[in-house]
Design a protein around this ligand. Structure first.
Ligand code: T3D
Length: 260
């Protein structure tokens, strides 16, 4: 059987490709376990500085594999505990940036997996749907957390309750994603973004993830304190010294700092 998650590297970028194109990359247990493992490995590997996540074929992911566990015989809470929740938590906690290139339909948990990334781009002909309501479910894989924060409460509720499919351009207009690209340019553009961010100061990017993650649950006071603490730490890194020196010497900085 083909591997359900393909991994490759391009410089410091680890490329992960969901690989069940005949099922629009529906999230099987095997694929989710492979994703969890892949992110674990990425966290440990100092040479990897950014991740690019995409899907093989004409879809990004059609969400839960309804053929495998949509029968009502499975305890969905157990499944979520075992697969979705660790995966979403791992993606958000990963101290390295994740770029997600949505190459086609992203439905249900497939859409929310994309929204768990740091920078989401999409092909102009991609589409998004909180398909859960169509099968009698509520958004999971972080949907009820990400949607209101990205698109606002009104849009979040409508997207979830109506389950309508929206275009990539609408997703961009709602603030759900960063940008759309012509379909044939998506992977080139997404890899350029991932390569670009891989060359940025690693500790500063990790600190941004930490700060943004904390911001949704923090008061302004606590967030200001966190920014102070993070900046104090970053002010002692070689990348900060390199950034300031390069500015003074009127040359581009070369950031080689690693995560501590
Ligand atoms: O059960 C649990 O685990 C609970 C957790 C739920 C979390 C969720 O993600 S709930 C949401 C689950 N996803 C959906 O409800 C979407 C189901 N898929 C669709 O509605 C449509 O496939 C799409 C709108 C996404 C795309 O439509 P279209 O016409 O472009 O493609 P298609 O012909 O429907 O699909 C192509 C093939 O993929 C087809 O196989 P076939 O008939 O050619 O052999 C189809 O059955 C298969 N496929 C699509 N989605 C899934 C799937 N197979 C398994 N699971 C899927 N989710």
């Amino acid at each position: 059987m083909d591997r359900q998650l393909l991994t490759a590297s391009e410089g410091a970028v680890r490329i992960l490709t969901l690989n069940r194109p005949e099922r629009l990359n529906a999230l099987s247990f095997e694929m989710m376990a492979a994703l969890n493992l892949a992110f674990e490995e990425i966290e440990r590997d100092d040479e990897i500085r950014a991740v690019l996540l995409s899907g093989a074929g004409r879809g990004f992911s059609a969400g839960a594999d309804l053929a495998a566990h949509g029968s009502g015989l499975v305890d969905l809470g157990d499944m979520i505990d075992a697969y979705y929740n660790p995966l979403v938590k791992r993606m958000r906690a990963l101290p390295k940036p994740i770029v997600c290139a949505v190459n086609g339909v992203a439905a249900g948990a497939g859409m929310n997996l994309a929204l768990a990334a740091d920078i989401v781009v999409a092909a102009k002909d991609a589409s998004f749907a909180q398909a859960f309501v169509r099968i009698g479910l509520c958004p999971d894989a972080g949907g009820t957390y990400f949607l209101p924060r990205l698109a606002g409460e009104g849009r979040a509720r409508a997207l979830a309750m109506l389950g309508e499919t929206i275009t990539a351009e609408a997703a961009e207009a709602y603030g759900l994603i960063w940008k759309t690209f012509e379909t044939d340019m998506l992977m080139t553009e997404a890899l350029t973004i991932a390569t670009n961010i891989a060359a940025k100061p690693a500790e500063a990017i990790a600190a941004m993830k930490e700060a943004f993650n904390a911001s949704s649950g923090n008061t302004l006071d606590r967030q200001l304190d966190l920014e102070r603490d993070v900046q104090r730490r970053l002010g002692r890194t070689p990348d900060f010294i390199e950034g300031v020196t390069a500015f003074q010497q009127k040359r581009p900085p070369v950031f080689g700092g690693k995560l501590r």
